[in-house]
Ligand binder design. Structure first.
Ligand SMILES: [Zn+2]
Length: 287
C-alpha cells in the first residue's frame, strides 16, 4: 500500500472553508451567519488539526464543545456540494500521483468515488471541509468506517493515508489452493503476515485498519475473479505467440507494474507473484 499526497498549503486551508461558507445563501441567524460568527474559533481548530498532522499526534485531538452545537451548519458546508467544495475535491485528487486513484486508498479494490471524513463528522463537525480531513474513498470503505475513530485504548482504528507510513515490504499474503485432479478450480485465500522485524507499534495499526474495513474477507470474495483475469491475460499472451518460458515473467511484470503504483503490499501484486511461481501454472492455464 502506498500513502497519499496530502493537499498542501499555502493557500491556507481556511481559504477553502471561507469560500465554501460564503457560497452559502446569507440569512440573518442562518448557517452562514452562525459560522461567520465563530470564525476565530474555527481558525483555531484548523490550526490544531494541521499541527496534529504535522506532529503525528492525531489521536490527541479532542472534540470541541464550543463548536459542536453548530454540527448541522458544518454538515451543510459538505452536503451543500457547492462549486467551491467541488474545486477543493478536484485539488485533492489533482495532487495525487498518476494511477494512484484508480483504486480506493483504504482498500485498494474499487474506485474512490467519495471522500471519507477521517476525523468523523459526528465527532468533529468543524472539520467537515478541511482538506486534510477529506480522504478519497470508495463507498464500501466509507460505509464500513462510519464514525470509527479511536478504540477503547485510545488508538486510532483506521490508517490515515496523508501521513501514516506503511511498510514498503509485502504484508498481504495469499495462498493458492491447488485444483482437484484434472480440474481447474484453483482457489485463493488472503492473509496478513507481519514482516520480520516490524515492531508491533507499527503493525497493530495495520491490523486494526484491515479488521475494521473487513479487507481480508473482501479480497477473498473477489480473489477468484482476479485469478480468472490473470489466467486469461496469460492465455492471451500465449495465444498471441508469447513463448511458454516467458509466461511467468509476463505475469511477474504485471505484479511489478502494480507495485510501482500501489506499493509493495497490494493484493493484486501478491496474487500475481504467487501465480507466477506456482508449479501448477500450466495446468491452470490448460496449455
Ligand atoms: Zn475502499
Amino acid at each position: 500500500m502506498k500513502t497519499l499526497q496530502a493537499p498542501s498549503s499555502p493557500p491556507p486551508f481556511m481559504d477553502s472553508f471561507i469560500a465554501i461558507r460564503d457560497s452559502m445563501q446569507f440569512t440573518p441567524n442562518g448557517p452562514r451567519a452562525r459560522l461567520t460568527g465563530r470564525h476565530r474559533a474555527i481558525t483555531t481548530r484548523y490550526a490544531v488539526l494541521e499541527d496534529s498532522v504535522a506532529l503525528n499526534t492525531l489521536s490527541t485531538i479532542t472534540p470541541s464543545t464550543y463548536l459542536s452545537p453548530l454540527k448541522d451548519d458544518f454538515e451543510v458546508t459538505y452536503t451543500g456540494n457547492s462549486q467551491a467544495l467541488r474545486t477543493l475535491k478536484k485539488r485533492i485528487r489533482g495532487v495525487q500521483a498518476a494511477g494512484v486513484l484508480t483504486v480506493c486508498p483504504m482498500c485498494k479494490i474499487s474506485l474512490p468515488r467519495t471522500f471519507d471524513h477521517y476525523f468523523p463528522l459526528g465527532t468533529f463537525p468543524e472539520f467537515a471541509v478541511h482538506p486534510l480531513n477529506l480522504v478519497p474513498s470508495c463507498n464500501t470503505c466509507n460505509s464500513k468506517k462510519l464514525e470509527a475513530w479511536l478504540n477503547e485504548n485510545g488508538d486510532r482504528i483506521c490508517l490515515y493515508f496523508y501521513s501514516d507510513s506503511v511498510p514498503q515490504v509485502p504484508f498481504i499474503r495469499c495462498a493458492l489452493t491447488l485444483p482437484q485432479l484434472g480440474g481447474h478450480n484453483v482457489g485463493v485465500t488472503f492473509l496478513l503476515e507481519r514482516p520480520v522485524g516490524l515492531r508491533l507499534a507499527r503493525w497493530d495499526p495495520i491490523v486494526r485498519h484491515f479488521t475494521r474495513l473487513g479487507l481480508i474477507d473482501r479480497y477473498n470474495e473477489i480473489g477468484n475473479d482476479e485469478l480468472s483475469e490473470v489466467f486469461s491475460s496469460a492465455r492471451d499472451f500465449l495465444d498471441n505467440g508469447g513463448p511458454r518460458r516467458r509466461v511467468r515473467g509476463f505475469i511477474r511484470s504485471a505484479a511489478v507494474r502494480f507495485a510501482d503504483v500501489h506499493g509493495a503490499s497490494y493484493w493484486r501484486t501478491e496474487l500475481r507473484r504467487q501465480v507466477a511461481m506456482s508449479p501448477a501454472l500450466f495446468t491452470w492455464l490448460g496449455r
